[in-house]
Design a protein around this ligand. Structure first.
Ligand code: ADP
Ligand code: MG
Length: 571
């Protein structure tokens, strides 16, 4: 893990050395200051030596100036280092997640991915910057003060350092407790957030059931539990800070008492006593730092583990090393003994054999859950067949690069996803280098132009959160325009009109007819009336392909299709 972590320092080695070096010098400078004060008290003052006082004042001033510059460098460039490492890691993670297969997204919550990209990486960056600094500077300050104090007066140094182990144990112990409470608090806060999100996105359901009181009660429960944990955390924090305060006072008392005793017995000078007092303040700092360090270390460690975990998820479906990039296919599709299941203990598709000719329009009908969507997701390799093969233009899709395979396929689904951006940008998603003219042309073919020009900013109207709300039918037409722009030889329409009302369905049906002309089209339809003109209709059930033929043939057959059709006609 340390190796994989240090890999991220490599490109920033110069910055790291700069930050680290400056921090090191800073901690050494801090050790010099008390010694200079001692000289003032023991030499300059008793001897009334003004020039010595001036010299020391100038030296201290010089040190302060240097320290200020170093401090600026450490604060600014040190954080820059952290931010750069954070951004490198974030882009590694994002690029990796983009490559992962559908399977991963089926099984991972968006919220978890988000918290990895945002929170975890922030914690890691904090550590990346402060971690190494903290370890070394803390050690230098602790060891440095110890050695200096020992050489000045070992008796007093030993008395002071007897307290150190006690303080460390107290600090670490209290910190452990604090971390535990903080972790609990974070979990409870995440719960509350999830609940808020849930009841806001589901507010229509909440209100339609008149269940506001129920939501309130649920929320109060979570909210109270969070409050209690938070109160607990402040209790532990109180114990910690008052404890540390007590120890610090105790140290000062020890120095004043024993130091005073030693001064009275002429064992040490007043300057040394003051020097000790100053060193104590310096060395309390690293002890607090150690506590802090343990916390950032643990948080970053946990975050980095999750980061690595995600980076180590391999995409299930990747290009073969010798995969070929193909140009525009003509659109023959063949399923050969295809088996498929999403997980080991079920079979979704078994021994599917189906040949679809280029340019043919084929419709899939059948009960929900029969595997219609699944069959269609296998063609662009969203999922990999578990047995058999799928051929496009007589070539196994596994021999083709995924990029060029997917360039040949256009998919329209029931739920249309519009990215935040303008209408133009959204249509352009079908061909990122399209000209405005091509975009408008595609919109016209999709019957979208009319409504788009009536929007407040036409093609430049923003969609989504910051912009206009579009109806389901309008969104669908934008998604169709995308496909016109992409112009693939193979088209998949998966219940694309199922959520629309009759009027919208009719308009969109027209664009579909235009779209499927001269393309191989696979249409999954809920309303059978919409697919009567298909070249072939395939009835899919849990047992596989049950019937196939034209509408007239299947009606004459008088099987499952006919009964489905008759049932729909009645409604
Ligand atoms: P249809 O489109 O015919 O309604 P699907 O192809 O969506 O059917 O689903 C076929 C079967 O596969 C169903 O039993 C469904 O529960 C299951 N299934 C669909 N998608 C997934 C998935 N992403 N992970 C696991 N099982 C799935
Ligand atoms: Mg489906």
């Amino acid at each position: 893990m340390i190796r994989r972590f240090s890999k991220y320092y490599k490109p920033h080695l110069k910055l790291f050395s700069l930050d680290f070096g400056c921090a090191l010098i800073m901690s050494v400078l801090d050790l010099i200051f008390p010694a200079l004060v001692a000289i003032v008290i023991d030499k300059a003052i008793p001897q009334r030596d003004l020039s010595l006082l001036y010299t020391i004042a100038i030296v201290i001033m010089g040190l302060y100036i240097i320290r200020t510059i170093l401090n600026y460098i450490v604060t600014y460039w040190g954080h820059v280092l952290g931010v750069r490492i954070e951004s490198d890691m974030r882009s590694d993670l994002f690029n990796h997640i983009q490559k992962l297969s559908f399977n991963y997204f089926d099984n991972t919550k968006t919220g978890h991915i988000m918290s990895r990209l945002v929170n975890d990486l922030f914690d890691i960056a904090e550590f990346a910057h402060h971690g190494p600094e903290d370890i070394f500077i803390t050690s230098i300050t602790l060891v440095g003060t110890f050695i200096i104090m020992l050489t000045i007066n070992w008796q007093l140094a030993l008395i002071i350092f007897l307290l150190v182990p006690v303080m460390l144990v107290f600090t670490i112990f209290k910190n452990k407790k604090m971390r535990k409470v903080f972790r609990e608090m974070r979990i409870k806060l995440a719960d509350i957030n999830a609940q808020i999100e849930d009841s806001i996105s589901g507010i229509r359901v909440v209100k339609s059931f008149g269940n506001e009181w129920y939501e309130e009660e649920k929320f109060d429960l979570g909210n109270n539990s969070h409050r209690v944990t938070k109160e607990e955390s402040y209790k532990v924090m109180g114990e910690f800070y008052s404890g540390i305060g007590f120890f610090s006072n105790l140290l000062h008392l020890i120095v004043v008492f024993f130091g005073g005793l030693f001064v009275i017995n002429n064992q040490i000078s007043i300057g040394v006593l003051v020097q000790f007092l100053l060193y104590i303040s310096i060395f309390l700092e690293p002890i607090k730092r150690i506590a802090n360090f343990i916390e950032t270390y643990q948080k970053a460690g946990a975050g980095f583990n999750r980061f690595i975990e995600t980076l180590d998820v391999n995409p299930d479906i990747i290009d073969r090393h010798d995969a070929r990039s193909v140009g525009k296919l003509s659109g023959d599709i063949e399923f050969k003994n295809v088996n498929f299941n999403y997980s080991d203990n079920e079979t979704v598709l078994e021994n599917i054999n189906l040949k679809i000719d280029a340019g043919e329009t084929i419709a899939f009908v059948g009960p929900s859950g029969a595997g219609k969507t699944t069959i269609c997701s296998l063609i662009p390799r969203f999922y990999e067949v578990t047995g058999g093969s799928i051929l496009l233009d007589n070539e196994d899709i596994r021999d083709i690069t995924m990029r060029s395979l997917r360039d040949n396929i256009g998919i329209v689904q029931q739920d249309v996803f519009l990215f935040s951006g303008t209408i133009s940008e959204n249509i352009k998603y079908g061909k990122t280098i399209a000209t405005q003219e091509e975009i408008i042309n595609a919109a016209k073919l999709a019957n979208a132009h009319e409504f788009i020009i009536k929007l407040p900013n036409g093609y430049d109207t923003h969609t989504g959160e910051r912009g206009v709300k579009l109806s389901g039918g309008q969104k669908q037409r934008i998604s169709i325009a995308r496909i016109f722009l992409k112009n693939p030889p193979i088209l998949i329409l998966d219940e694309a009109t199922s959520a629309l009302d009759n009027e919208n369905e009719k308009i969109i049906q027209k664009s579909f007819e235009r779209l499927s002309k001269s393309r191989t089209s696979l249409i999954i339809a809920h309303r059978l009336a919409t697919i009567q003109n298909a070249d072939r209709i395939v009835v899919l059930t849990d047992e596989g392909i049950k019937e196939q033929g034209t509408h007239i043939e299947l009606m004459e057959l008088g099987g499952m299709y006919k009964s489905l059709y008759d049932a729909q006609k009645l409604t």
